[in-house]
Design a protein around this ligand. Structure first.
Ligand SMILES: *Cc1c(COP(=O)(O)O)cnc(C)c1O
Length: 389
């Protein structure tokens, strides 16, 4: 992806910044669109992965809906131009203000995460003389086989309604005249690379689909969430996730009843690979036990490594000067922030590097820029798009 022309163009920009390859984004969205459309599936983009406006506009053009986890995300999606009838709203802690706003916009569905929330939405909908469309987020107790910080569908997680509460949920629904149950919703975690996990999810969805059917609820929507992983280790070998295999699992294993729609909420898989964090080496510290590359980007620009020990491929962009050794050196690649967890990678093999070298931290398009913080009173995050160079 980083050819010498691109590297020269990038080296003119003040670092650190996010670089977004909009062509790769368009190709990725197109691949997901085609694979889902063939099977008649509906895809909502999870805004929380990246709500950079240029990216959102591409997602909108591709025809996806939006999956939001805060009132401000609902507002952002609407401001960008997403059709409210394609917006879903999840989250364990929706405030009254957020619910009231989303109701006023007539969104497609609230993904409701507790029985108490059902009653609150019912009241707030009554205030507006409306009926809220709701999908129950059910915790299916399926292990996503991913990092425990990004697992959301186990009994021990805070998300969704547990299976032992479902009878009570149905009771609650019968006493909520301002709620219409349109479906069931699941989201079991993120960065899932083993498609068997999604087969297990389908089995649980089928059981629950039947359970509701037996109790007289005709569900229109089966929303299976997101979570499809990307290749952090070899971004150039697999720049676009295998959407076809992913969607095929659901078409093979989900038992849809007549007229039922299948909805997805993809975040990471759509935007990760198009983004890289570009940074410069500020200092090289050669120690006896360790060599440190100290970058001008830190956990304030990309928090994933500090937050959940996430791996990112680190690539030296600047060429090695002629006549110097190209033997690889092991570096701990760290940021400038006053925290020991501010480390992008330990024992990273790179060509010998020096002050001023340009470094790319790859696969940073999802959960990167959006998690940037002002800790240490750092600068506002900058970004550069491929069509601006
Ligand atoms: C975060 C989230 C998603 C998107 O997850 P990805 O792993 O980025 O695909 C989808 N649905 C809900 C409810 C989420 O919280």
């Amino acid at each position: 992806m980083f050819n010498s022309g691109l590297i020269t163009a990038l080296s003119k920009h003040e670092t650190p910044f996010y670089y977004y390859d909009l062509d790769l984004l368009a190709q990725t969205l197109d691949a997901a669109k085609q694979a889902s459309a063939e099977l008649g599936f509906h895809v909502h983009y999870a805004l929380k992965a990246n709500f950079n406006e240029r990216l959102l506009k591409h997602v909108l053009e591709a025809g996806f809906g939006a999956d939001c986890v805060s009132g401000n995300e609902v507002k952002k999606a609407i401001d960008i131009g997403f059709d409210p009838t394609k917006i879903v709203f999840a989250g364990v802690g929706k405030s009254d203000k957020e619910i009231t706003f989303a109701l006023s916009q007539n969104i497609f569905a609230f993904n409701v995460e507790s029985i108490q929330e059902l009653h609150i939405i019912d009241q707030l909908a009554a205030n507006q003389g409306k009926k809220a469309s709701v999908a129950l987020r059910i915790n299916p107790n399926v292990d996503a086989q991913t990092h425990h910080y990004i697992t959301t569908g186990l009994d021990e997680n805070k998300f969704g309604i547990a299976h032992w509460e479902l009878a009570d949920a149905i009771e609650a629904l019968r006493s909520c005249p301002h709620i219409e149950l349109i479906g069931i919703h699941f989201h079991i975690g993120s960065q899932i690379t083993d498609l068997n996990v999604f087969k297990s999810l389908c089995v649980k969805v089928n059981e629950l689909n039947n359970w509701f059917d037996e109790r007289g609820f005709r569900l229109k929507v089966l929303n299976v969430g997101g979570g499809l992983g990307v290749d952090y280790h070899e971004p150039d070998a697999r720049p676009i996730p295998d959407f076809k295999s992913y969607f095929t699992v659901f078409s093979d294993f989900l038992e849809r009843k007549a007229g039922q729609e299948v909805h997805f909420e993809l975040g990471r898989a759509l935007v990760s690979q198009c983004g890289s964090l570009v940074s410069r080496v500020l200092y090289v510290k050669n120690g006896i036990k360790k060599n440190f590359l100290i970058l001008d980007a830190g956990m304030t620009e990309l928090m994933r490594p500090a937050l959940y020990q996430a791996y990112h491929h680190i690539q030296k962009l600047s060429p090695v000067p002629a006549g110097t050794t190209k033997d690889q050196v092991h570096y701990d690649v760290v940021g400038p922030i006053c925290e020991s967890s501010d480390c992008f990678g330990k024992e990273v093999q790179l060509a010998p590097s020096e002050r001023g070298d340009l470094i790319a931290i790859r696969t940073a398009g999802a959960y990167g820029e959006v998690m940037a913080s002002h800790y240490n009173l750092r600068n506002e995050i900058r970004y550069v798009y491929s069509d601006q160079l």
